[in-house]
Design a protein around this ligand. Sequence first.
Ligand SMILES: [Zn+2]
Length: 247
Amino acid sequence: MQLCAECGDVRLRWTKVPILLRILEVISLGWLKIGKLHFERLTIGDYFSALHAIFALFQNTGPLRLRGPYPKSTFMKRPILIHPDPRLKKQCAVVPDLSDDLRQLADDMLETMYDAPGIGLAAPQVGVLDRLIVLDCAKEKDETPRPLIMFNPKVIETSDEKNTYEEGCLSIPEQFAEIERPADVTVEWVDRDGNVQRETFADLWATCVQHEIDHLEGTLFIDYLKPMKRQMITRKMQKLKRERTRA
Ligand SMILES: [Zn+2]
């Protein structure tokens, strides 16, 4: 999952933004840069989102589109694949035995994830079709980091209660959407030392671990969206990839 590179937050709702700023952002169609809020000029393809933003303004709901500086110039330990890519739609293979190579891959993935910055990363996102994810949702400044490496993670129980978070993905940069998932999940996995672990996760941890396990099945968070919205995001990513190739 992806954090906003500017504010480090994963969700910021219109309701938390002063009304005047919301109006200015909509009128300027993204030309604004005020304080920590970082906007970019909208492209033609963004006009659907602008319409959504205006609609959201009257509804007083919906996401504020936050963008970080892009493209990021820092070197990545393992380059992250950008959607659409066939490797992101594949089911990943169970890891039969741990090896030094796999441990190295997990360590590299954590480094790549922190660098992005993100709170979760799955092996297919770096082009490896093995059941391996890494995550660390301790993102508050005073929180101790808690990097987790999970081989063969499996959701074994989910709560009936649901939770909605605004999700992003390192393979779908700068795009966010509200996704509803079970609020609590119990996950079993094999850790870096080969020991079986089991834990129940809540809040952002629960959403993140489900998002990452979805990657191992070839499922992206945009697969939960309506086709039109999904296609719009896919077109933006195709454009981004073209721009990156040219750069
Ligand atoms: Zn993702």
